[in-house]
Design a binder for this molecule. Structure first.
Ligand code: HEC
Length: 618
């Protein structure tokens, strides 16, 4: 791939009034010049998913190096040597790579017993393969919530990369430094860790083959491969390259069902759509099925079936352009056991056309991968510009992405429906027996590039709890909230606004600050919600996690996750924005991952809470 050098020029033309603002006085002019040349166009003009420069400063220098060499910023750092990359990391974070505090191994005194997934564990991001994020047997009562106290904390080396999953008395998680860990759920001691040598994402724990006793930890990475480890020992079982496009990656965890691993494939070509010198675009999202025992690819299908071809009328003054492209699958796949279908929710197309497969829910046959049906949720061409303008968005593609895992939920009478949300702020209920026909739809957020609805709702037997992000509003307005919708009708049972944001992770910057280049305090509820009988947990971008009564939305518990605490692995855990991953509740404990690396927001904490014993203390 050719080096990218022209974005600053391009943006300078677009934004003549904007000066590039150096956040800190540079010690060394060389990295600063490199930053201006390669990075400033985006990070000094944060929009969409681009984190502002000051937020990159909260990250560890090693994490920045990894992002540039192995992660999402690989194309932006193309052609830079190790010294230049180290210089950029030092410039951005104020510390040299290699100076991060080193976590201790904290090994468990005894080897763990073989891992078996229990009925009330939380082994996949959606808790079950239908993605309900409902824990019917949490091991704690609503009355216990006010007594929750921190029991132990773990510091994710170089930041969180996925939520903690619970299975067989252990915690499994992926970290920003490319390691996967198996910890004891009671004490946090370590059974094993595995260095994947790549940027890894959220993990799934599952039985490899029904009826066997082989439990695996399965995860994707930023190079389009899926790896399976033995859950008990951490030994590698297999690794399969699912997609070979240089910008392919796997963002969401795979899901396992009946001996097959279903993999959602996304890409990191989207930031390049802004670069006039890039031959945009050739990456298409896809869905694959692998044999769980061997990793063998059984089938793979693109979300946009038509292959990209050179676009007429391009190439005269810049590179030839290609399309259709896009349709990434950033969310886990929904598994429909009864109809033997796999559902993908797809993101934007990279051009301004509207190819079938982007902005859609697609149903694939589990056996063969054949498209069974697909439905697109992009508004008509004539309405698009107006809707975008009303949402205050410059880029009219991303905001129409489907943003949540397709959830399969049974209504009280047994009838099943599908639930899917969009960044535009709509929640849809679809009929799985009528090719996804809309049963009801409800707009719960204003919508925009950062959502609308982002990581998705949870649902108990009667109610859907939808987190609303609407991140980009300026104080004193409050972004987002929480809506409880009747599953059968979509009617609003209750709806609450977000609380005033706190943001202690910003280290003293005022919550009322409005300059996106120096502060980023929002009350948005971006993270997925979690439901237990009587309560729903929602994470905030202000670093708090709150639990609300499912009856009326009354606040039951509120914790600031951005307060530094000592971690069992010997370094400090400090949360940040609770950015994406759901709170996990299992075995009477509440597991919170705070600080999500996906959008460059700071934080490295796994915080484990349990109710403190009642009665007098000595
Ligand atoms: C074309 C726009 C663009 C350019 C140029 C760019 N970035 Fe980024 N950067 C992004 C976007 C978008 C994200 C969020 C990525 C995501 O969500 O996966 C990001 C994220 C990051 C992150 C956090 C990544 C993570 O995985 O958490 C770091 C660190 C970063 N950029 C550093 C840099 C540096 C250093 C440069 C210059 C060498 C650079 N970026 C150039 C758009 C850009």
């Amino acid at each position: 791939m050719k080096p990218m050098i022209s974005i600053p020029l391009f943006l300078a033309l677009l934004l003549p009034g904007l000066q590039i603002a150096a956040a800190q006085a540079p010690a060394d002019p060389v990295p600063e010049a490199l930053y201006r040349q390669r990075c400033a166009a985006c990070h000094d003009h944060p929009q969409d998913r681009i984190p502002p420069r000051f937020l990159l400063g909260f990250r560890s220098p090693n994490a920045v190096v990894r992002t540039l060499t192995r992660g999402a910023m690989r194309p932006m750092a193309e052609g830079l040597d190790a010294a230049e990359i180290a210089g950029l990391a030092t410039l951005l974070t104020g510390r040299a790579p290699g100076t991060d505090p080193v976590p201790s191994a904290n090994p468990c005194a005894r080897p763990g017993s073989p891992v078996k997934v229990g009925a009330h564990d939380w082994p996949v991001i959606g808790r079950d393969i239908a993605g309900t994020r409902f824990q019917p047997a949490p091991g704690l009562r609503v009355e216990d919530l006010p007594r929750l106290k921190l029991k132990w904390a773990f510091a994710y080396p170089e930041g969180a990369s996925g939520p903690a999953q619970l299975a067989g008395g252990r915690v499994f998680l992926a970290s920003g430094d490319g390691t996967v860990h198996s910890l004891d759920a009671r004490s946090g001691c370590s059974y094993w860790s595995f260095d994947a040598g790549r940027s890894v994402r959220a993990v799934t724990v599952a039985l490899l083959v029904p009826g066997s006793d082989r439990t695996a930890v399965i995860f994707g990475d930023d190079q389009g491969a899926v790896t399976a480890l033995d859950a008990t020992s951490g030994a590698r079982l297999w690794r399969t390259e699912v997609e070979t496009h240089p910008l392919a990656r796997i963002t969401a965890p795979p899901v396992v069902h009946e001996g097959r691993v279903y993999v959602p494939v996304s890409g990191m070509e989207d930031p390049l759509t802004h670069d006039p010198d890039y031959a945009c675009c050739t990456h298409r999202g896809s869905v694959a099925a692998l044999d769980a025992s061997t990793g063998r690819l059984i089938w793979k299908r693109y979300t946009i079936e038509e292959a990209p071809r050179p676009l007429p009328g391009t190439g005269a003054t810049g590179p030839k352009h290609f399309g259709p492209a896009g349709g990434s699958v950033f969310t886990p796949l929904g598994i429909d056991v009864r109809r033997r279908l796999v559902y993908a929710a797809t993101a934007e197309a990279y051009g301004h056309e509207n190819p079938p497969g982007a902005y859609s829910v697609i149903a694939f046959d589990m056996e063969t991968g054949a498209h069974r049906w697909q439905r697109q949720f992009m508004p008509a061409e004539k309405d698009r510009a107006r809707i975008c303008h009303e949402a205050g968005e410059s880029d009219c593609r991303n905001m129409f992405s489907m943003s949540t895992q397709v959830m399969v939920r049974a209504l009280p009478g047994g009838r099943e429906i599908l639930l899917a949300g969009s960044k535009w702020g709509w929640m849809y209920a679809l009929d799985p027996d009528a090719n996804g026909r809309t049963l009801w739809r409800r707009k719960v957020g204003k919508g925009g590039d950062l959502g609308g609805i982002m990581y998705g709702p949870s649902a108990d037997e009667r109610t859907l709890y939808v987190p609303v992000a609407d991140t980009i509003v300026l104080p004193p307005q409050r972004a987002g909230g929480l809506a409880a919708l009747d599953l059968a009708t979509g009617k609003v049972r209750w709806q609450i606004e977000s609380e005033a944001p706190v943001c202690s992770w910003q280290l003293g910057r005022a919550a009322s600050c409005t300059d996106v280049n120096t502060c980023d305090c929002s009350s948005a509820k971006v993270a997925a919600t979690t439901a237990i009988p009587g309560a729903v947990f929602a994470g905030g971008w202000d670093g708090h996690v709150r639990a609300y009564s499912t009856r009326d939305g009354r606040l039951l518990w509120d914790v600031d996750t951005a307060v530094p605490v000592p971690a069992v692995n010997g370094i400090e855990a400090r949360g940040g924005q609770v950015g994406g991953y759901p709170v996990v509740v299992s075995g009477g404990a509440v597991y919170i991952t705070s600080g999500a690396s996906a959008m460059g927001r700071p934080g490295n904490a796994l915080l484990v809470f349990e109710p403190q014993a009642e009665g007098p203390h000595p």
